[in-house]
Write a protein that binds this ligand. Structure first.
Ligand code: IMP
Length: 422
């Protein structure tokens, strides 16, 4: 019996979808613990490419069971769009996916609120506009609506009414029809369909643990987008880090055996906020094109830059990362030399730990170590001995500086383009 958690170590988009997909073969249940349809997990199976936003990528394995925990915020429209899209491609999720009855709903007015708030903000976050922040805002303010509220129309209606009343000054300029009656009708239209997918998922997972089942817990986004430990306020509204797995699924910390951190061989960020190693030049554009760095959810071009080892070291510490998966190594194949950030310069000081003061972090400049490139194609290599020496040195350097063991290297988007280390 093993419970593994997969977390992103940077700003999301590290390639967790592929890693979760690979590790699913060793799991019985795959559970998602936070975020919502803001995530975009890309998985390539044979000739087919799947982009999943809400449903764990474990669903692509026909015999596996998936869970969407209480920590996730659910937009029912997106959920069923995804279910229908899977069915059209021959994947039947019926009876294999369970949603927590305590998960909060992303309501139509959350998206309207978010658009308004982003517009109004001076320092824009650059959110995905999927209503994630406002849904979590309501949850924390104890005004949120949970899936189980759908079962009683009166209770549901009263909650929607109360919500609309308290948000009147934000919603008054909206062109959409946001009347209580319209919203109640729209969201309740999913009630019968969703009922078949809902259960007490915390109980289900704890029973699975008792039965010695293998669990794979899937985080969305990345450590630096975490609401507590990320580049606040430029991040998402949930705990993307390992603690979110316990609170977002209702399982105890002792249940976690292994934490797997996923990091890209360079850095990317989509949305605004500090990014010390960003390359706003032709090299940045090269990484974007070669790595196909465009958002899976919003198609926005991702900001690209060198690998930041201070970030990786921090993510290892916060999450207790045991093992590392390094993705997209092949994107660096053509470069003469490769830089890695080993510290930050702030005024006359060199910082080698990630600063918690975000006002200070914004002013940090990267301190680089330059490593030689390998100038050899590594795409689709499956054995470590086949990697060029400088690529192996690059990986060793990452391993030494993060103190986490690399167990997997991804050399392409297909399942087969993977090197497994002992
Ligand atoms: P939100 O999660 O939509 O509120 O967006 C907050 C910030 O997190 C923005 O900078 C988004 O671009 C970023 N973000 C949210 N989800 C993802 C993701 O799955 N990958 C990368 N960035 C994300």
């Amino acid at each position: 019996m093993t419970t593994r958690v997969v977390v992103g170590m940077q700003w999301g988009d590290e390639g967790k979808g592929k890693i979760v997909d690979i590790l699913t073969s060793q799991a019985d249940i795959v559970a998602r613990y936070q975020g919502g349809a803001n995530a975009g997990h890309t998985v390539v199976v044979g000739e087919q490419k799947f982009i999943l936003h809400l449903i764990p990528s474990g669903i692509l394995h026909p015999e596996k069971v998936c869970v969407i925990g209480n920590g996730v915020v659910i937009d029912l429209e997106y959920f069923f769009t995804e279910i229908d899209a899977l069915k059209k491609r021959g994947i039947n999720p019926e009876g294999r996916i369970w949603i927590s009855q305590s998960a909060h709903l992303v309501m139509p007015y959350h998206k309207t609120m978010e658009a308004y708030e982003e517009e109004k903000r001076k320092d824009k976050i650059g959110t995905t506009l999927r209503g994630i922040g406002p849904a979590y805002q309501d949850k924390i303010a104890r005004a949120g609506i949970r899936i189980s509220d759908l079962w009683d129309k009166k209770i549901f209606e009263a909650k929607v009414k109360e919500n609309l009343k308290s948000k009147q000054n934000v919603l008054k300029n909206s062109k959409e029809n946001l009347s209580t009656a319209q919203i109640v009708k729209k969201v309740l239209s999913f009630k019968t369909k969703i009922k078949n997918y809902v259960r007490d998922t915390s109980l289900f997972l704890n029973q699975a643990l008792k039965q010695n089942k293998n669990l794979l817990l899937e985080g969305a986004q990345g450590t630096l987008l975490d609401i507590d430990f990320g580049t606040y306020p430029f991040g998402t509204s949930s705990n993307t880090t390992v603690g979110g797995a316990c609170t977002g699924l209702g399982i105890p910390p002792q249940a976690i055996d292994e934490v797997i951190g996923v990091a890209k061989a360079y850095s990317t960020r989509v949305g605004n906020g500090p990014f010390p190693t960003e390359l706003s030049n032709s090299l940045g554009s090269f990484l974007r094109q070669k790595g196909d760095e465009f958002g899976a959810t919003t198609s926005r071009p991702r900001r690209c830059g060198w690998l930041d080892l201070v970030v990786l070291k921090y993510a290892t510490r916060i999450n207790g990362v045991d093992e590392l998966a390094i993705t997209k190594l092949d994107v660096l194949d053509n470069l003469d030399e490769i830089k890695v950030c080993t510290g930050y310069k702030y005024k006359n000081e060199i910082l080698d730990e990630f600063p918690q003061d975000q006002n200070l972090f914004e002013k940090c400049k990267p301190v680089y170590q330059t490593l030689p490139g390998w100038k050899t194609a590594t795409q689709s290599i499956t054995r470590i001995e086949k990697l060029p020496l400088n690529a192996r040195r690059y990986l060793d350097y990452i391993q030494e500086n993060t103190e986490a063991k690399i167990f997997l290297i991804s050399t392409g988007c297909r399942r087969e383009d993977t090197i497994f280390l002992d």
